[in-house]
Design a protein around this ligand. Sequence first.
Ligand SMILES: O=C(O)CCC(=O)C(=O)O
Ligand SMILES: [Fe+2]
Length: 281
Amino acid sequence: MSWNGVLDDSQRDAFHRDGFLVIRAFYDVQADIAPIQLGIRRVIGQVLLRHGITNTCRTAADASFDDDYQALIAKDRSFGGEVYDAVKQIPAFTRLLGKPEHETLFALLRPGSIPGIAAGGSGIRIDNPGEDQYRAEWHQEYPSQLRSLDGLVFWSPLVEMTNELGPVRFCPGSHLAGPQPVHTHASGNGKTGAYAVRLRDEQQLLERYPQVAPLMSPGDLAVVDFLTLHASGYNTSRRSRWSMQFRYFNFAEPTGMSHGWKGSFAAGVDFRAIHPELCAD
Ligand SMILES: O=C(O)CCC(=O)C(=O)O
Ligand SMILES: [Fe+2]
C-alpha cells in the first residue's frame, strides 16, 4: 500500500496553514523501505568487515537492520561517519529519491511549479543516542539549502518513532512569516556549516508558535515547507534514529531564479553572499 496520488482539501489546507503535512503510508514499506533497510544492514556489515570487527548480532533472524551499529560506533565513532556517507549510495535509496509521487505531490502543493531535485540535498540521518554535534537546532530549510524559497523537504523515518527517539519538532504556521535572519558564525559548540546557523532572536521567535512532534512509522512522510521552523528532538533512547530526507525545489520561483538556483553550505556557497539581508552577523 502507498499513496494514491490524491490530496483532499483538508490535507491541502493543513499544509498551507501549518507549513507541513504528514501523509501516512506514503511509501510502500515492502517495496520502497525494506530494500533500503536491507541496504543499510549490508553496508554496516561491510564497514565492520573493513575494520576487522566480527559481530554476532548479524546472524540473529529477528535482528533489526542496524543491530550492529551501536557496537560499531562504540569501537570508533568515525566508523559511523563511514556508514553515514555510504548509505546515501544505496541504489534503493537513490531510486526512491526520484519516485514520481514526489513530483506529483510537489505539483499539488506548488501549482505552476517546475520541480527540481536539490543536488546534495538528500540523505539518511543517523541521530545517535545522547549525541549533540549533528542535532539540528531550530531552523528554516531555506538558508541551509537555498535553490528556491518554496522548496519542500520530504522527511520519512526508517524506524518506528517514539518520543524517546526524539522526533522532529515543528512550529505550525511559522512559514507564513517568511525567511528569518540568521547568524552564520560558528557558535563555539563544535557545530559547523549548516549546523552552525542560528536564528536571530530564536527564543522570541519560538514563543510565537506552538510546537508539535508527530510520531511516524516507516512509510509515513512529512512534507515540509522550506520556511517552516523545525528542529531535531533529543534522542534519549538506546538506539539510533534513522530517517530519510529528500529535498525538491522549484525552477519557476522568482528568488531561486534570481540567484540561479544556487545551493548553500553543502554546495560550497557562502549563504551571506547570496542573501546579505538575511545575515544577522
Ligand atoms: O531529522 C531531524 O532531526 C532534522 C530534520 C531536518 O532538519 C530536515 O529534514 O530538514
Ligand atoms: Fe531541516
